[in-house]
Design a protein around this ligand. Structure first.
Ligand SMILES: C[S@@+](CC[C@H](N)C(=O)[O-])C[C@H]1O[C@@H](n2cnc3c(N)ncnc32)[C@H](O)[C@@H]1O
Length: 391
């Protein structure tokens, strides 16, 4: 009976007005898209006010969209009884279960409410989950189970992926890129691709931006694996390329990422980003081997730096500090802060450069870099040498 469908829709609309809506799901999909399974709706708080968050659950991925109440009711009216033959509406007053059978014969069951209090509203940008645990790539890479639960030994990785996406989202929102509808991102030293996939999924499916992401790695077997998973995920504009960071041509890139790229590969990546005038350069260095053997401890510090661990930490700080200064010299505002440590490295600095409109006082930064190198007896720093080659 059509009335049951209409009654279900009007209860949905009423619950939104009366603020008794908890959540809703549509199932028993019979539409044309063979991969779509469910549609899940919940309320979120956005900058424009309350919106309904539509999560379309496919067999290997999810996509999401926000709608205002009027649009949401209209969409529901188009889908119920045609594409989706069942609906479950939860309000704080009642649960409503709609089932549509053949010839649109339907049944509406009204029961006591499962939830008597409203859920706390997620905030669209700040608090919403930014990494979807049901994403196929997380399952394929062994981070989550088939049911989207985090595997026992993968909690650190999961935390790192979330922290990275959260950091990237916040940097993006504060950058000149924030209103862009198209983005080009390169991830240097993408490895198994956890963070590359999460970056693509976030911009494409959570933010709805037309993003192209390229992961670059020297290991062909990882590149093959990642391309297979990207194809199975239907991440059409995510590609992995086998090659060396220093040889990879970077053009028109908006965001350059390099996470835990070994030793001076981080310098090669930063250099590529600067050369391409990337708006954002985000790197988390891994092992530091270039500076430590060059340091001659200054007299004043010799009894501190005689301890291997202190020398190592000093070398790491100087390396990343010089990288940040060289970014500033190249017109980037920089931030250096703590990131989540990983199995690759217990060291966990993250260096972020944001391209500024005005030119930097490069002589001032050059003098600072020189003074630090002279103080420690450092002859060569890879990023500086690369930049000198182009200046
Ligand atoms: C420690 S893994 C990090 C992978 C990933 N970015 C992450 O954080 O999970 C470093 C990766 O960088 C790649 N790599 C290191 N130096 C490279 C270079 N110069 N060119 C291309 N790939 C490089 C390695 O093959 C490896 O897969």
């Amino acid at each position: 009976m059509i009335e049951n469908i209409e009654k279900f829709i009007s209860e949905f609309a009423r619950s939104l007005q009366a603020e008794t809506f908890v959540k809703m799901s549509l199932g028993n999909y019979k539409g044309a898209d063979h991969h779509l399974q469910k549609l899940l709706l919940r309320l979120i708080e956005t900058r424009k006010g309350k919106r309904l968050f539509f999560l379309y659950r496919y067999d290997t991925r999810d996509t999401a969209k926000n709608h205002d109440f009027k649009e949401a009711v209209k969409i529901l009216r188009n889908l119920l009884g045609t594409d989706f033959l069942s609906g479950h509406l939860f309000t704080t007053e009642n649960d409503f279960q709609l089932d549509v059978g053949r010839k649109r014969k339907s049944r509406l069951n009204i029961a006591k409410p499962t939830f008597t209090t409203k859920p706390q509203l997620a905030h669209d940008r700040e608090k919403r989950i930014q990494v979807n645990p049901n994403a196929f790539y997380l399952k394929a890479l062994g981070i989550t189970t088939d049911r989207g639960e985090i595997r026992d030994k993968q909690h650190d990785k999961w935390k790192q992926i979330n922290k990275f996406v959260e950091t990237l989202a916040s940097l993006f929102d504060k950058s000149q890129l924030k209103d862009r509808k198209e983005l080009k991102i390169v991830d240097m030293g993408s490895g198994k691709g956890y963070l590359t996939f999460a970056t693509y999924d976030f911009f494409k499916n959570i933010r709805g931006i037309d993003v192209k992401v390229t992961g670059v790695d020297g290991k062909s077997e990882l590149v093959g694996l990642c391309n297979d998973i990207a194809a199975s995920s239907e991440f059409d504009n995510l590609k992995f390329v086998n090659g060396w960071i220093g040889d990879f041509d970077v053009e028109n890139v908006d965001i350059l990422i390099a996470l835990h790229a070994c030793n001076t590969a981080t310098d090669d990546a930063i250099f590529k980003g600067i050369n391409a005038k990337a708006d954002l350069i985000v790197v988390a260095p891994c092992c530091h081997q270039e500076i430590r053997p060059q340091i001659t401890p200054p007299e004043m510090l010799k009894n501190i730096l005689k301890h291997g661990i202190m020398l190592e930490r000093e070398a790491e700080s100087i390396t990343d500090g010089l990288r940040a200064l060289l970014l500033e010299k190249s017109g980037y505002q920089t931030k250096l802060f703590e990131f989540v440590s990983t199995e690759h490295t217990p060291k966990n600095n993250m260096i972020v450069g944001t391209l500024q409109k005005q030119k930097a006082d490069s002589e001032k930064f050059e003098a600072e870099v020189k003074a630090i190198k002279d103080f420690y007896g450092i002859k060569e720093q890879r990023l500086e040498s690369l930049l000198e080659g182009v200046n």
